[in-house]
Ligand binder design. Structure first.
Ligand code: NOJ
Length: 532
């Protein structure tokens, strides 16, 4: 629970903190990671990211229909937390764009609520008020010189499609997605130059169809306790439909819009890095297999036209096949790769050693993933159970992609972010004084810069997130924002990290010191500031 007290005067609280407290923060900021804006090309995109269900709220306003998440959260009480109001971005988008402008970012990644644009999917009409809302966002971003990166589907879609044919379990969803994508290209494509078809299809398939934690909550034993589902097979079908939906939307864009609109289209996958738990050959193979079963599962088909051979080997006929016609559509069907990267885990072999039930199955590639080696966590803990601070993982996962796909496609890091460990009765000022987040981003950026220096074609980095928001199955507990959002008043307050990011974007990078942060927060010059 967060204790809120005059958060708008947060910088005064900072100024009033004890010197001892500050000397801790000061030394934490002087990390070994040295990174500056100038370590990245001028044309590099630095942005923040959000998604529709996580921030918009207004869940039944202006013609929007119920989405899969609306229905799921109203049915399955996740502590009463849901996206009904979220950050009320629907009504506060102008203030939020001001916040981005004040950070000095040149890009913003957001998603379009499918249920707002097509409340009944292809079985109904376009909702003009929904189109108007995103037009206003796009136009206001462009007025500020902020490039929109638009995700067409970020986990949410009209419930109608679930009820009619079981959403992503059915090939019909491909048709619906293409119809939605076409509506987006027609409505916004004159101004949107960066399209992301689907957010994290690999993670969605896992969370919704292996673990059953996202709607429609399908799973089977031993993966979870759901009333319906088959964790060994359904995720494979779901991802297959998502990839074909992506490929067909991309073909449509290329055939009918790209030449005139001049944009690019890609996809974004979630990817942890995986390290072998021990030095053994078996664990090394397990780490490689886990990468194949998580990342290459979604990306190999887009580059090579088929799933990774490792997956075919272990999954046999459970893994769907692409017809020769589909293979033609899917191969080469992305202009860029999007990567959401937060953390690294260990992988351990389950073919020859005993593992917790579930991990010893083909769907997991007979590999178990864990955060601990001999009881020692792989990195500092965060507010997400499986997210640990392992900055070198950023460089390693980029190198993995670079090598596997021969550096042929540009890559955008479309999400990277930190949520602090959750504590009881945490004070707002502690959340605002988020030195750990600054350290996290500095360290991850430093490894990103190194990957670029070593030849990786990375063109953008987006902080998840612009502001604290609804974190799916975890509700409002994890707080990834550069801005704190008061859950009662919905007032936004910049955290220290927002000021760090602003300073970094002005090329002060690692030379950023708390003195400067407090100075900019209080409107004074650094040397006029209080002694720390
Ligand atoms: C990835 C997802 O795209 C986003 O929706 C989520 O909030 C973040 N990761 C943090 O878990």
């Amino acid at each position: 629970m967060v204790t809120s007290s005059h958060s708008h005067l947060w910088f005064l609280l900072l100024l009033c903190c004890s010197p001892a407290h500050y000397s801790f923060a000061q030394s934490s900021l002087e990390s070994k990671d040295d990174v500056r804006r100038s370590d990245f090309p001028d044309s590099f995109f630095f942005g923040t990211a959000t998604s529709s269900y996580q921030v918009e709220g207004a869940y039944l306003e202006d013609g929007k229909s119920l989405s899969n998440w609306d229905v799921f959260n109203h049915r399955q009480d996740t502590n009463g937390e849901n996206g009904d109001i979220a950050d009320d971005h629907y009504h506060r988008y102008l203030e939020d764009i001001e916040m981005m402008d004040s950070l000095g970012v040149n890009a913003y990644r957001f998603s379009i609520s499918w249920a707002r644009i097509l409340p009944k999917g292809r079985f109904g009409r376009v909702n003009p008020t929904g189109v108007l809302f995103y037009n206003k966002i796009i136009d206001n971003l462009l007025l500020k010189g902020i490039q929109p990166f638009v995700t067409i589907c970020h986990h949410d879609f009209p419930q109608e499609l679930e009820d009619r044919f079981g959403s992503w379990l059915s090939p019909q969803m491909q048709e619906d997605f293409v119809h939605f994508a076409e509506t987006c290209f027609k409505s916004f494509g004159d101004r949107v130059k960066y399209w992301i078809t689907i957010n994290e299809p690999n993670l969605f398939a896992d969370m919704a169809y292996i673990r059953g934690r996202y709607p429609p909550a399908h799973c089977s034993q031993p993966f979870g306790n759901c009333s319906v589902g088959n964790s060994d097979v359904e995720p494979l079908i779901v991802l297959h439909n998502m990839l074909l939906a992506h490929a067909k939307a991309t073909r449509l864009y290329r055939d009918h819009f790209q030449a005139e609109q001049g944009g690019v289209i890609g996809i974004v996958v979630n990817s942890f890095m995986f390290e072998p738990l021990t030095d053994s050959e078996l664990d090394r193979e397990a780490a490689n297999r886990t990468l194949a079963f998580n990342v290459a599962w979604a990306l190999d088909p887009l580059v090579f036209g088929d799933y990774p051979p490792e997956m075919r080997h272990y999954l046999g006929n459970d893994l769907p096949s692409f017809s020769p016609e589909e293979r033609k559509i899917i191969k080469g069907s992305t202009d860029f790769f999007g990567l959401n990267h937060y953390s690294t885990l260990y992988a351990k072999d389950c073919r020859y050693s005993k593992c917790i039930p579930g991990w010893d199955r083909p769907i997991r590639g007979f590999a178990y993933t864990t955060e601990e080696r001999d009881g020692v966590p792989i990195g500092d803990r965060t507010g997400m159970v499986k997210f640990f601070v392992v900055p070198a993982g950023m460089e390693k996962i980029i190198n993995y992609l670079k090598e596997r796909y021969h550096n042929e496609k540009p890559l955008y890091v479309l999400e990277n972010g930190y949520s602090p460990p959750r504590e009881q009765n945490v004070q707002v000022q502690d959340l605002l004084n988020d030195v750990k987040r600054i350290e996290y981003h500095t360290a991850y950026l430093s490894h990103l810069a190194k990957a670029i220096r070593n030849g990786a074609d990375v063109r953008g980095y987006f902080v998840w997130s612009l502001m604290d928001n609804y974190e799916w199955a975890e509700g409002y507990g994890p707080m990834f924002g550069l801005h704190y959002v008061d859950r009662q008043t919905l007032e936004r307050t910049p955290k220290l990290s927002a000021l760090w990011f602003k300073s970094f974007l002005n090329n002060n990078g690692s030379s950023f010191r708390k003195k400067n942060v407090i100075a900019s927060a209080s409107g004074l010059k650094a040397d006029q500031q209080v002694q720390l």
